[in-house]
Ligand binder design. Structure first.
Ligand code: MN3
Length: 203
């Protein structure tokens, strides 16, 4: 069975950038529903219920066809939100440091250039989806995915991700996605992103 992880901080911890009401409905509503639906659709399929969610997302082709889309959507939703919570922190430092900063600078030609490219990608997501910084064959790349399709399923490892579904920002920012993105940078947990980059290099 899959379980809803607790938030690693209080609902109001990311104020004023991400508001308490949004965090409540996003975690207790949306994320909880992905977990519930995933467990329901996999009822009787013990081999998949026993997997960790990353392995499940890499094994979608082994899931029976009639439940594959539902598993993909809900496993993706569960995995993405689980990592998204940890990719934010109340005292975000605004900029990456250490090895991650170095790699970003080498890959994108500097922090500002990276941020600009990420923002451009995030503003270009049409409908619901995510923008990610992933490690793909040893190289950092910015990619978008639609709905809850996961970079993990195509062999990319997410280092950082931004939820661009309207449920992630509409209560506070309405249609002003650019303002949400700008606020989100203020709560990015760069320590976690750096940890993920290290993890990625060992996979
Ligand atoms: Mn969401």
């Amino acid at each position: 069975m899959f379980e809803l992880p607790d938030l690693p901080y209080g609902y109001n911890a990311l104020e004023p950038y991400i508001d308490e009401a949004t965090m409540k409905v996003h975690h207790d509503g949306h994320h909880a529903t992905y977990v519930k639906n995933l467990n329901e659709v996999l009822e009787g399929h013990e081999e998949f219920l026993k997997m960790d969610v990353e392995t499940l997302l890499k094994s979608l082709d082994k899931v029976p066809l009639e439940i594959q889309t539902k598993v993909k959507n809900n496993a993706g939703g569960h995995y993405h939100h689980s990592i998204f919570w940890t990719m934010m922190a109340p005292s975000g430092e605004g900029k990456p440091h250490g090895k991650l900063a170095e790699t970003i600078n080498q890959t994108f030609g500097g922090w500002e250039a990276f941020k600009e490219q990420f923002n451009h990608s995030a503003l270009g997501v049409f409908g619901s989806g995510w923008t990610w910084l992933v490690l793909d064959s040893g190289k950092l790349v910015i990619v978008n995915t639609l709905n809850q399709d996961s970079p993990i399923s195509r062999g990319e490892f997410p280092v950082l991700g931004l939820d661009l579904w309207e449920h992630a920002y509409y209560l506070k920012y309405q249609n002003k996605r650019a303002d949400y993105i700008e606020s989100w940078w203020k709560v990015v947990n760069w320590e976690e992103a750096e940890k993920r980059l290290e993890q990625a290099s060992t996979k």
